[in-house]
Design a protein. Structure first.
Length: 157
C-alpha cells in the first residue's frame, strides 16, 4: 500500500513538473491601460488583447534545472519513504521478537506450575497478610486446571 502511494506521488509530481515546465516556455505580452508594455506568465485581464511569446532561449535552462531539481526531490522522497518503511519493518520485527520471548517465558512458567501442582509436594501460597498458607486439594485442582490452560495457550503455536 505504501509503495502504491509512493508511486502515485512520484508520478503526480513528475507530470506536474513537466506541465509547469511546458507552460513556462511561453509568456503573455500585452499593453496595459496606461500604455506600458507588460510581460507575464499569467494571462492579462479579460478583454485585453495580448499575444503569446516564446521565452528567450536563455531561460530554457531554467526548465531543465527545475526538472533536475524535481528529479532530485523525487529521489529524496523515495529514499525517505524507503528509510521510514525499513524503520517500521525493523520495529515490527523487534516487537514480534519481544512478544515471542514473553510467550516463551510464560510457557516455561506454566509448565513449571503444572509440574509443581501435579507433584505430591505441598503447595504454599502467600495470603493478603503476607502469611504462608498451604492450599487444599480443591484449590490445588482449580490451580492445576488454570495452569494447564495457561500451558496450552502459551506453549502451543
Amino acid at each position: 500500500m505504501l509503495k502504491r502511494i509512493l508511486c502515485f506521488l512520484l508520478i503526480a509530481v513528475f507530470w506536474g513538473g513537466m506541465a509547469t515546465a511546458q507552460a513556462q516556455q511561453f509568456i503573455y505580452k500585452w499593453t496595459d491601460e496606461y500604455g506600458q508594455l507588460k510581460y507575464s506568465e499569467l494571462p492579462p485581464p479579460p478583454g485585453t488583447p495580448y499575444e503569446t511569446v516564446r521565452r528567450p532561449a536563455g531561460t530554457a535552462g531554467g526548465a531543465e534545472a527545475a526538472a533536475r531539481d524535481l528529479a532530485r526531490e523525487q529521489e529524496e522522497l523515495a529514499q525517505t519513504l524507503a528509510e521510514e518503511e525499513a524503520r517500521r519493518q525493523a520495529q515490527e520485527e523487534q516487537v514480534q521478537q519481544q512478544a515471542e520471548e514473553v510467550r516463551a517465558r510464560n510457557c516455561e512458567i506454566a509448565r513449571k506450575n503444572v509440574e509443581i501442582l501435579q507433584s505430591d509436594r505441598p503447595v504454599i501460597k502467600t495470603d493478603e497478610q503476607g502469611n504462608r498458607v498451604a492450599i487444599d486439594a480443591e484449590q490445588r485442582a482449580a490451580e492445576l486446571q488454570r495452569a494447564i490452560k495457561d500451558q496450552e495457550y502459551f506453549c502451543e503455536p
